[in-house]
Design a binder for this molecule. Sequence first.
Ligand SMILES: NC(=O)c1ccc[n+]([C@@H]2O[C@H](COP(=O)([O-])OP(=O)(O)OC[C@H]3O[C@@H](n4cnc5c(N)ncnc54)[C@H](OP(=O)(O)O)[C@@H]3O)[C@@H](O)[C@H]2O)c1
Length: 272
Amino acid sequence: MSLSKFYQGKVVLITGASMGIGKELAKQVLAHGGKVAITARNESRLNAVIEEFNTYTENILVHAGDATDYSSNQKLVEKIIARFGKLDILINNAGMSCYGEVETLQPSVAEQVININIYGSLYPAMSAIPELKKSKGSILFVSSIAGFHGIPGYSTYSLSKMALTGLSQSMRTELKSSNIYVGISYVGFTENEEDKKTLSPNGQLEKVPPRPKRLTATRETTARLLLHQIMHRKHSASHSFLGSFTNVLSRYAPALLSYFLSRNYHKQQSAR
Ligand SMILES: NC(=O)c1ccc[n+]([C@@H]2O[C@H](COP(=O)([O-])OP(=O)(O)OC[C@H]3O[C@@H](n4cnc5c(N)ncnc54)[C@H](OP(=O)(O)O)[C@@H]3O)[C@@H](O)[C@H]2O)c1
């Protein structure tokens, strides 16, 4: 089946869709004939997305809100039903990273990252389930390679993305009899927007440093793979060679993976 055939007329809620991968997901769903509800905190960035996608205005619902706020998610689902009459797919994409060794992290930084990456996926899912039961719909969690194995210097990001594995596994079984698909995607390095930010150990929002091009997928590719995963109802997927390699090593040779990560980390530390 083609993506257009599958997404035609589908109503897709995408969290964190004012920029980056989420915005690209919205663009592709609209181009395939679907309808999107997009959400993020910054209202002016969301409005800029509506401007940019102005040929599809009728098929876009915008909700400025925090994905970690349970009642905001409930209101959003009510708005979706009032406007589009159903909800077919939830993509839990909103997320944030921070860097820094555990010893140096401000507690508020750890809290922010854990909140958005865990509660920011759990609460939209809790709010969407009753409607997804009616549509026999889908939930996709957007994780990362850092969800396979703890990455030194990114512990809080790793722990929060790993938590999504447990959440998706539990929910898959719980929702099986309702015929709701629950998947998780371990996304690899993806081209970042110019103004993408990460949190420093003391809570400053900083620009994310550029990554090696050869290891980085375009946002178009990442979004397309996510949409394919939902269409094929694949439980889990990792997008890149690095992701698949990390997954295999973390299962079958965790000591070797720890060795590689540790060697790389110490190399980076001594280059500073
Ligand atoms: N880019 C990569 O290389 C990569 C690799 C692996 C996994 N991922 C994962 O892919 C997802 C998207 O990443 P990205 O690179 O596209 O990120 P991004 O460009 O930083 O976009 C993040 C989006 O999430 C929204 N957001 C952040 N906190 C939120 C909150 N509390 N409530 C609602 N929305 C919130 C942001 O808008 P506001 O700030 O306005 O709320 C923004 O729309 C994340 O889960 C990330 O961990 C990315």
